[in-house]
Design a binder for this molecule. Structure first.
Ligand code: GLC
Length: 426
């Protein structure tokens, strides 16, 4: 059964918050997943990591609990990164987890564990492949051997690689039950669109998993009035939250998901302790939702399969906030009103959520909402807040005001006030 784009996107727009997981051999050198490219490391010199890959503490059930406790509703795991190493048991290559000391299909265990926690499951799949002999090497923009003269006259047949890529995607979407997201990464220069035989690829993906949603990195133009069949279901801004959300060429908002790292790397990087604070993460999530987007927040488990303790600690705090304030995130979108001075709005139906980030002084002013608020509550505990025009604000007749009764905000990360609007309020 075919599903329309808006049907398949429904759960995603409701979910708003997901976990990105970058994991592979590169966790051992621990300098991020681009290590082979950045340091121009050959397949041979990278081989020791394959020979010793043995994540003795890999417990995807724990990962799934961490995600769920943080309030995340879905996850996306790197089934294959640019280095070409497969966490899954592909019949099309020997370069896979089952041939390392790990000896297991790590993707199968991930799918099972995340499903069991009720989370939606996605696969990241790198279109680039620095291990496959038919992927262009010399002169390529990113390949580790791009400058290696020995690769100059190497014969390779790119179409073989594209067959391989299609075959692996078929395996991923055939052997692991229902998959919710296919996250391709990425297109560049001529390596884009039909170079990947993207039309056929997407047709196959949708045939195998009709409900699946696909990101926009196969090289199409998702903003076009007539997007290619492979243009994707959502935009994927990276390490940035777009200033006004994402709109298409007609100016209509389109679904998007910002992918953001917790420190400054996707794959595990031992020396990178530049972690964002829980406050930054919570505010980033709120910012995404206030602009109609999702947040896909990354963790990079280490060589033993552990999510770094720092990441877990941040996610724990985010989760504590989400348990109290999740109603202002799930199923919400931006409000059709200007960004308020003190923070941001999210909205779901007649519930307008005021995310008060900056206490300021005096009562909090809700511009233009005079006479339109039926009820105001502190979302965290449901306690009533009185909406009234204070003695010193009588000239601002069109506004509404709430006083916190303290010069400090109840929640320094983000104090959410739930405003129930009168029917038909604009
Ligand atoms: C970039 C990187 C890749 C990473 C991705 C996440 O495209 O090349 O390594 O997985 O961003 O969005």
């Amino acid at each position: 059964m075919k599903e329309s784009a808006s049907e398949r996107m429904k759960w995603f727009l409701e979910a708003r918050f997901g976990m990105f997981i970058h994991w592979g051999l590169y966790a051992i050198p621990a300098r991020g997943e681009w290590v082979r490219s950045h340091e121009q490391i050959s397949v041979e010199d990278y081989q020791p990591f394959f020979n010793e890959f043995n994540p003795d503490d890999y417990d995807p059930r724990e990962w799934a609990r961490v995600a769920k406790d943080a309030g995340m509703k879905y996850a996306v795991l790197t089934s294959k990164q640019h280095d070409g190493f497969c966490l899954f048991d592909s019949k099309l290559t020997d370069y896979k987890a089952t041939n390392t000391p790990a000896r297991r299909d790590l993707v199968a265990e991930y799918v099972e564990a995340f499903r069991a926690e009720g989370l939606k499951v996605g696969f990241y799949y790198s279109l680039l492949d620095w291990h496959h002999p038919d992927y262009p090497a010399y002169g390529d923009a990113h390949h580790p051997m791009r400058n290696n003269e020995a690769f100059k006259d190497r014969k390779h047949n790119f179409e073989n690689y594209v067959d391989y890529l299609h075959g692996q995607v078929r395996e991923l979407l055939t052997n692991y039950g229902r998959i919710d997201i296919m996250w391709f990464d990425f297109s560049y220069g001529n390596m884009s669109g039909e170079a990947w035989r993207a039309t056929d690829l997407v047709k196959m993906v949708r045939e195998l998993q009709p409900h699946i949603i696909i990101d926009n990195r196969l090289g199409g133009n998702i903003k076009s009035e007539k997007p290619e069949i492979y243009a994707g279901d959502f935009a994927s801004p990276e390490q940035i939250i777009p200033p006004e959300g994402v709109v298409n060429e007609k100016g209509d908002p389109i679904p998007w998901e910002a992918c953001i790292t917790l420190n400054d790397h996707w794959g595990y990087c031992a020396n990178d302790l530049d972690y964002k604070s829980p406050k930054q993460v919570i505010r980033a999530l709120v910012e995404c939702v206030s602009k109609g987007g999702n947040l896909l927040l990354n963790v990079g488990p280490n060589a033993r399969g552990q999510i770094p303790a720092e990441s877990k600690e941040i996610l724990r705090e985010v989760g504590a906030w989400m348990r109290k304030n999740g109603a202002s995130i799930y199923g919400c979108k931006g409000a059709d009103r200007p960004k308020p001075e003190w923070g941001r709005y999210t909205q779901k139906g007649n519930k307008l959520y005021a995310h008060v980030l900056d206490r300021g002084i005096g009562p909090v002013n809700f511009r233009g909402l005079g006479g339109k608020i039926v009820k105001a509550r502190l979302l965290a505990d449901g306690s009533e807040l009185k909406v009234r025009v204070p003695w010193n604000a009588t000239e601002f007749v069109s506004d509404a005001f709430v006083s916190f009764g303290s010069s400090r905000l109840p929640d320094e990360y983000d104090t959410v006030v739930e405003l129930e609007l009168a029917p038909d309020s604009k």
